[in-house]
Design a protein around this ligand. Structure first.
Ligand SMILES: [Zn+2]
Length: 230
């Protein structure tokens, strides 16, 4: 696959506006005085390009970057085939070396917790995530976040929808689809949750899924698995 380093930018992410972020909720975050996100290091980002992505990374490993870009292109093809929609230009993707670096990103304003594997923001459609503990996990997070990039593009640039319509989408629907399209229909982890809910007579209605007691990722994935399999 054709990918090349375009140019080097230093101190790239100094000035960022207020953004929407997807994890853990589609929500607006305002930066408050005295609550700036701490940054401990400065990262010298380089810019690489693949056919459908502009990749920002400071990884000093061209083979790894090519592999990540290949994965991104692979996911792009799968999501495009299912959703039959695509973004009009190369989509930005930011890769951090590990989670502690990712937590310092200024691509989104909100603080990033330990449990957040990646984020996709609405204004520039930037996908931001760290390399995970395993290559499999990194591959999944990339596929999951790229679904959000497609979702944002469909809603924000839809012929009758815009940024203001994002909040109308239930989170379980959005996250469930991202999980379904990046994991698939059969998933032992989600099956475990569903069996437990069934055994304890706690299968929720769709309306119940807006209650945060029901983990949107697992129940949402189960919903899409059921819908597409019926
Ligand atoms: Zn997500």
């Amino acid at each position: 696959m054709f990918i090349y380093k375009r140019f080097i930018m230093k101190g790239l992410f100094r000035v960022m506006g207020m953004v929407l972020l997807l994890l853990p909720a589609w929500q607006a975050e305002a930066q408050m005085f005295g609550q700036n996100k701490p940054r401990y290091q400065r990262f010298d980002f380089e810019v690489w390009e693949s056919p459908h992505f502009t990749c920002y990374t400071y990884l000093k490993n061209p083979d790894r970057i090519r592999e990540l870009a290949t994965w991104a292109e692979h996911w792009y093809g799968l999501h495009l085939a299912v959703l039959e929609d695509t973004f009009p230009q190369r989509n930005p993707v930011l890769w951090y070396n590990h989670h502690a670096h990712f937590q310092q990103t200024n691509a989104i304003m909100g603080l990033i917790g330990q449990g957040t594997g990646g984020v996709t923001e609405a204004f520039k459609n930037r996908v931001v995530h760290p390399l995970m503990m395993t290559r499999k996990a990194t591959h999944h997070v990339l596929g999951h976040e790229l679904v959000h990039a497609f979702q944002y593009n469909m809603v924000i640039r839809g012929d009758s929808t815009g940024l203001e319509n994002l909040a109308n989408l239930p989170l379980w629907l959005v996250e469930g689809l991202a999980e379904y399209l990046s994991i698939g229909r059969r998933d032992a982890h989600t099956s475990l949750w569903m069996r437990d809910a069934w055994l304890h007579d706690r299968i929720p209605s769709l309306g119940d899924l807006n209650d945060p007691r029901y983990f949107r990722y697992r129940y949402g994935q189960a919903f899409w698995s059921f819908m597409t399999g019926t």
